[in-house]
Each structure stands twice: as structure tokens, then as C-alpha cells.
Ligand binder design. Structure first.
Ligand SMILES: [Zn+2]
Length: 355
């Protein structure tokens, strides 16, 4: 199902690209810039994605592609700026030149090993949004636990909506089908049940969840080393990476303030920016935007898709981002994104999507 959606979306993007419609739209919809969103940076391309079971592969791009993207932005005369500079320009209404700011979510070791050298090569600032439980090596990376359970077994049994459900996972197609069913069922459900269900799944299929997290995460020493580089900003991304909409107001405040305070204690610098976990319309909305402001952050980023326009001056806690997705690692897609055209269509000709 995901493959079909990806294919349909790609066809739409290519129609825009080859007709040149995106250029016309870019001229009509002048943006101030873009904030990019990344997760994992792989050292090199990871083989044939189509014929492998690798559903979280969309969260990884290669260092080579990141290098190409930055070079493209430089050639296209985008200013490479920190998130702080981007927010300052939005506040001042400065549209004299277009900017590109980079942000990487969660706090994975590959950011340190494979992204940092590429950003350094171009003197390109970037922000790392840290989930403190990930750095502590004890986060429930449930999307990776689910992937591992399905990949390593020919049959999966899992409790969904209080019922034990069995899935055939003996072929790549069966694994993909099972993933689509369970992933979206968990994403659409209750946060506490999700954690409970995945903990049971991990136990049943002998997955050491802390070892998985520790293997992928940066340490606090890594975060401190990164923070010593003037190019790097460290931002807050909660304690446990929950869907905030599912939590009480008090718990949302705790996740925001406590993660900020914990990072402050570890790196001796207070994070000014916040990033909502998952960050789409179903997981962060008006209440979360207001709370991020109340808790004292200067601005906050979502994963709502879009470019930055002068109108975002009044929506600093609902800033959209442009995701660099593993399924779209070609410069023609970046050329399209930076025209803003796909997002103009996606947002039904609204510059701001903050409702
Ligand atoms: Zn995240």
C-alpha cells in the first residue's frame, strides 16, 4: 500500500516537474525559505529497496545525497542558516534572500558519524532535536521493534484491540502487508496501549529493546561534542517521543519542559527550540502549539509539509518542514520541493497550515 502511494505521489511530482508547472507556481508563491527534516544518514546506498523488507528505510538518506542537496542549495543561491537565524528572519520579515535550515530528529549515532562531516564540509549549520530517552538508551523505538519482529519471523502474533491476531510474514509481500496493517493500527491507537503491545511483541520475539536503542543512539558525550561546534544547535524533542495529542495537558508540559531541562543539565546550554514527535496533524495541534510557547520555547517545528512564508511570523510554534525522504533521493525532487509547488497543492493553496 505504501509502495502504491509512493508511486502515485512520484507520478504527480514528475508531472509537475516535466511540464515546468512548478516554475510558474514558484514565481507566484515566493517563499522565504525552507526547514529540512532528516532522521538517519546512511554511509552509502542500501541496495534494492523495492525487493527488500525495509519499511523504515524512508527515514534514511545517504551522506552522498545530503552532499548533493547542499551543493544544489548553494548553486541555487539559498543561504544556509541555523534554525535561530531562520526564526530571526521570519520574525523580522526579512525576505531579501531565501534560506535553507537543516534539522535532524531523535538523536541517532549516524547523525554524528555521517551527517556532521557533510555539514562541516559546506560550513552548513544544523539542529539536532534530541529525545532524551533515546540518548539514555532506553527509548521504545517501536517502529524499529515492529520491523525487526516482522523481518525475522515467518509468522507474527500480536494483540490488537484486545484480540490476538496472527499474520503470515513468510514472504516480502506478506511482511509488507503485515507492516501496513499493524503500523497504522498502532499509530492510530492509544499511546499507552501502543507501548504495552510493542513491549509484549518484543518479549514474544526475543528483541532486546534497550540494546536496539543503545546500538542506534548517540551518547551524551556525542551530544556535548556536537554542541561544541558553532554549526550545531541542540533542540528538545521530548523525553519519550510520544504522540502528544494522546497525553494530558500536564503530561505534555512535562515532556516539553523536562526534556529541555535535562538537555540543559547535560550540555550546559538551554535549548531554545522544540520539535513535536511525529509532528503531523494527527499528533500535534493548537493545544500543543500553545503549550510549547507557554513552556518558554522560542519556536517549534512540525512535520507538516510546507515552505516558510512571511505569514509564518504569526505561527512560530507550527513551522512546517520539508522532509528528505529515502524514497526520493534525486535532485529533481529537491528542485520541485524548493519551488514550493507540491506543498502549495498539498495545502490547498494555503501558505500556512497551522489549524
Ligand atoms: Zn522524532
Amino acid at each position: 500500500m505504501v509502495d502504491l502511494r509512493t508511486r502515485a505521489f512520484k507520478t504527480g511530482l514528475e508531472t509537475l516537474y516535466y511540464t515546468g508547472a512548478h516554475r510558474v507556481m514558484a514565481a507566484l508563491w515566493q517563499c522565504s525559505g525552507a526547514i529540512f527534516n532528516l532522521h538517519h544518514i546512511a554511509p552509502s546506498a542500501d541496495g534494492d529497496q523495492e525487493n527488500r523488507f525495509n519499511p523504515n528505510g524512508i527515514l534514511a538518506i545517504t551522506g552522498t545525497f545530503l552532499d548533493e542537496v547542499i551543493r544544489y542549495l548553494v548553486d541555487e543561491k539559498f543561504d544556509l542558516v541555523s534554525l535561530g537565524e531562520a526564526v530571526a528572519r521570519i520574525k523580522q520579515g526579512d525576505t531579501s534572500s531565501r534560506f535553507a535550515a537543516f534539522s535532524i530528529d531523535d538523536g541517532y549515532k549516524d547523525n554524528f558519524d555521517h551527517a556532521w562531516p557533510v555539514f562541516k564540509k559546506y560550513d552548513c549549520p544544523f539542529t539536532v532535536f534530541v529525545t532524551t530517552d533515546i540518548i539514555d538508551g532506553k527509548a521504545c523505538l517501536w517502529w524499529l521493534i515492529l520491523e525487526q519482529a516482522i523481518r525475522e519471523n515467518d509468522r507474527i502474533e500480536i494483540i490488537l484491540e484486545n484480540r490476538l491476531v496472527g499474520f503470515d510474514t513468510s514472504s516480502i509481500d506478506a511482511k509488507k502487508h503485515c507492516w501496513d496493517h499493524i503500523y497504522w493500527s498502532l499509530r492510530g491507537g492509544n499511546e499507552i496501549e501502543l507501548r504495552h503491545t510493542v513491549a509484549q511483541l518484543a518479549q514474544r520475539y526475543h528483541i532486546d529493546t534497550n540494546a536496539l536503542c543503545r546500538k542506534l543512539a548517540m551518547t551524551w558525550d556525542d551530544v556535548r561534542k556536537l554542541n561544541q561546534d558553532d554549526l550545531v544547535t541542540i533542540g528538545a524533542h521530548t523525553i519519550s517521543h510520544p504522540s502528544l495529542k494522546e497525553l494530558s495537558r500536564l503530561d505534555v508540559c512535562y515532556e516539553m519542559a523536562e526534556s529541555r531541562d535535562r538537555i540543559t543539565k547535560e550540555i550546559d546550554e538551554k535549548p531554545a527550540f522544540f520539535c513535536y514527535p511525529y509532528g503531523d496533524e494527527t499528533t500535534a495541534g493548537q493545544r500543543e502549539f500553545s503549550l510549547a510557547k507557554e513552556v518558554g520555547f522560542e519556536a517549534a517545528v512540525t512535520t507538516r509539509k510546507g515552505m516558510i512564508y512571511p505569514e509564518h511570523r504569526d505561527h512560530l510554534y507550527a513551522l512546517p518542514r520539508v522532509s528528505l525522504n529515502g524514497s526520493y533521493q534525486q535532485i529533481k525532487y529537491i528542485d520541485l520541493y524548493m519551488s514550493g509547488a507540491p506543498f502549495v497543492l498539498y495545502n490547498k493553496f494555503n501558505k500556512v497550515n497551522a489549524a
